[in-house]
Design a binder for this molecule. Structure first.
Ligand code: ATP
Ligand code: MG
Length: 279
């Protein structure tokens, strides 16, 4: 028995074939090629239908409406939305413990000696914690949603540019469980995204040490969290408790839509709203 060829598998995958369809085996090449043509035809028709529904309905990729819904849900809970620079200094990144030679530093897109494209929102949000924190009462809640850049070996779940939603709550009343706060805000985001199957698991992070990750039913990491007081806080002049969660919007999109590839969920010229444009 023979499976689909590599080329056929690639084409069927970009058209959104499921794992069972891709696992089919055949007695000979003739039968296989016939089955391929039938399936390709059916999948192309399905993509046309999906594109038509998108063009008559939402008229934008899922990730854009998701961003808007999440921002509205968080603002309704008292979170301020902040909007900070994409270009950050080496100094600021070093305050996150990202030094020359570290794994994270190698993932950074450097513009020149002193500046890079932000690989995370945390350094800017630490700054907001201090500056807004001087002016506003507690608990103080805010978030940013926007692009981050990492030099990754691109794969199913990693892109060089992606969208992070990072929320922070600081100055939580003594006696309240920080883990409960994490769960509350994590649940709000995941429910708003329409993701029901998730759990919180312990993970090791190169920046924060021990962290809790939100993962979906397939074990895909959707977000990492951190809580303070934290050893990094001193460098930023922060001396109170806080919780923070960073979600990948492409990951949330993949989980909510069932599209198993970051290329469909993120910024793209080959897909529109998850639909392959080469039909
Ligand atoms: P992973 O272990 O999956 O590489 P990470 O732990 O390095 O992710 P974090 O620094 O915790 O990532 O970033 C917070 C969130 O941003 C992740 O949980 C994920 O949803 C998303 N994310 C991180 N890197 C990428 C990437 N290269 N492409 C798409 N999303 C990403
Ligand atoms: Mg992580």
């Amino acid at each position: 028995m023979i499976p689909y060829s590599e080329e056929q598998t690639g084409r069927l995958t970009e058209l959104g074939a499921g794992p069972e369809e891709l696992a089919a085996v055949f007695a000979d090449a003739a039968q296989r090629n016939q089955a391929f043509q039938r399936l390709e035809c059916r999948l192309v028709a399905a993509q046309h239908e999906r594109l038509a529904a998108l063009c008559e309905g939402e008229r934008r990729p899922f990730i854009l409406s998701l961003e808007e819904r999440l921002a509205a849900a968080l603002r309704a809970e008292g979170f301020l939305q902040v909007h900070t620079p994409l270009i950050i200094s080496r100094k600021r990144l070093e305050k996150m413990g990202v030094f020359s030679g570290s794994i994270m530093e190698k993932q950074v897109f450097w513009l020149d000696e002193r500046r890079c494209l932000r690989p995370m929102l945390a350094p800017n949000l630490y700054e907001c914690m201090r500056e807004l924190g001087r002016l506003r009462p507690r608990p103080l809640r805010f978030f940013e949603v926007g692009p981050c850049f990492r030099r990754e070996t691109q794969g199913q779940r990693h892109a060089n540019e992606f969208t992070m939603l990072n929320l922070v709550e600081m100055g939580i009343p003594e006696g309240e469980s920080l883990r409960e706060r994490l769960l509350r805000w994590g649940r709000l985001v995941l429910e708003t995204a329409g993701i029901a199957d998730w759990r919180l698991v312990g993970e090791e992070s190169s920046v924060y040490g021990e962290t809790d990750d939100f993962v979906d039913g397939n074990g895909m990491e959707l977000a990492s969290s951190a809580v303070g007081p934290h050893p990094l806080d001193a460098a930023w002049g922060i001396m109170e408790n806080w919780v923070g969660i960073g979600f990948g919007l492409e990951r949330l999109t993949m989980s909510a839509t069932g599209d198993g590839n970051v290329a469909r969920a993120g910024r793209s010229l080959t897909y529109y709203g998850g639909v392959r444009l080469h039909l």
